[in-house]
Design a protein around this ligand. Structure first.
Ligand code: ADP
Ligand code: MG
Length: 251
C-alpha cells in the first residue's frame, strides 16, 4: 500500500484549447493538511473538479490511495472516500444542525426514515460528538437558517466529516466570514487534521497563515512552488505572481 493518499501526474485539462490545468504534478501523504493557494484563474477549482470526477482530464492521471480515478463517476469517487465541501453552504435550512448531521450520518437511508425513527445509541453518540467538534452543541436544535454564515460553514464541514471520507476537500471555507468566524473555522480544520487528510483551497492569507503547514502555489494550471508558509512568502516567483511585478523593479 502507498503512504500517498494522492498522486497526480502530468494532469492536463483542456477547455476548447485553453489549458485550465497544464501538466500538473502533485503528491500528498496520508494524514497531511495541505493548503493550495494561487491567483484567480490559477486552476484551483478545476483541480478539485478532476479529483472528484466532475471534470475528466485531457491528459495525465490522478491516483487516490493508489487507485486510478479516470473514468470513475463523481458518485463512485465519493464512495472511494473523497468528500468535498463547496464554497457556499449546502445545509437543509429548515432542519436543525442535529437533523442535518443525522442525515449525513445515514446517507444510505432515506430522509423520512431518518427523521421519523429514533436513532440508535451509537448514532446518537456520533451526532453528539460531531456537534461538539463543530462547536454547535448550544444551537443543535434550532433551525439551521438561524445560524450565522460561519456556523453554517462549520455545520457543513461536520456533515462532510459525518460521511467519514479519507480525504476532505474544502474550497474557500472562510470567504465572506468575520475574523472571529474565520478563526473558528481554522481551529476546526486544525482539529480535524489530527485524524484526516485535508486539502484546503484558500485566498485569505491571514487564514492560510493560521492553518498552513505545507503550501502549494498554483499558477496557470501548474505548481509554481511548494513549501512552508514562510518559504512561500519569501519566494520571488510567488511574490511576482501575487503582486504582478517584483518590488524592486519599478523604477
Ligand atoms: P481558480 O479556482 O484557481 O480561480 P478555476 O479552476 O476556476 O480557477 O479556473 C481556471 C481557468 O479555467 C479560468 O481561466 C477559468 O475561466 C477556466 N475555466 C474553468 N472552468 C471552465 C470551463 N468549464 N470552460 C472553460 N473554461 C473554464
Ligand atoms: Mg475557484
Amino acid at each position: 500500500m502507498s503512504d500517498k493518499i494522492l498522486e497526480i501526474e502530468n494532469l492536463t485539462v483542456n477547455f476548447d484549447g485553453f489549458k485550465a490545468l497544464n501538466q500538473l504534478n502533485f503528491t500528498m501523504a496520508t494524514g497531511e493538511l495541505r493548503v493550495i493557494i494561487g491567483p484567480n484563474g490559477a486552476g484551483k477549482t478545476t483541480f478539485l473538479d478532476v479529483i472528484t470526477g466532475k471534470v475528466q482530464p485531457t491528459e495525465g492521471q490522478a491516483l487516490f490511495k493508489g487507485k486510478n480515478l479516470r473514468s470513475r463517476s463523481e458518485h463512485q469517487i465519493s464512495r472511494l472516500g473523497i468528500g468535498r465541501k463547496f464554497q457556499t453552504p449546502r445545509v437543509y435550512l429548515k432542519l436543525t444542525p442535529r437533523e442535518n448531521l443525522d442525515l449525513s450520518c445515514n446517507r444510505h437511508k432515506n430522509v423520512f426514515s431518518t427523521l421519523l425513527s429514533r436513532p440508535s445509541k451509537p448514532e446518537q453518540r456520533t451526532v453528539a460528538g460531531l456537534l461538539e467538534t463543530v462547536g454547535l452543541t448550544p444551537k443543535a436544535d434550532i433551525p439551521a437558517e438561524l445560524l450565522s454564515h460561519g456556523e453554517k460553514q462549520r455545520l457543513e464541514i461536520g456533515m462532510l466529516v459525518a460521511q467519514a471520507p479519507d480525504l476532505l476537500l474544502v474550497d474557500e471555507p472562510v470567504a465572506g466570514l468575520t475574523d472571529e468566524e474565520t478563526q473558528n473555522v481554522g481551529n476546526l480544520l486544525l482539529t480535524l487534521a489530527e485524524s484526516h487528510s485535508i486539502i484546503v483551497i484558500e485566498h485569505d492569507m491571514e487564514f492560510v497563515r493560521q492553518i498552513a503547514r505545507q503550501v502549494t502555489v498554483l499558477h496557470q494550471g501548474a505548481v509554481l512552488y511548494e513549501g512552508s508558509m514562510e518559504e512561500v512568502q519569501q519566494n520571488r516567483q510567488v511574490i511576482e505572481v501575487y503582486l504582478g511585478q517584483p518590488e524592486d523593479n519599478n523604477g
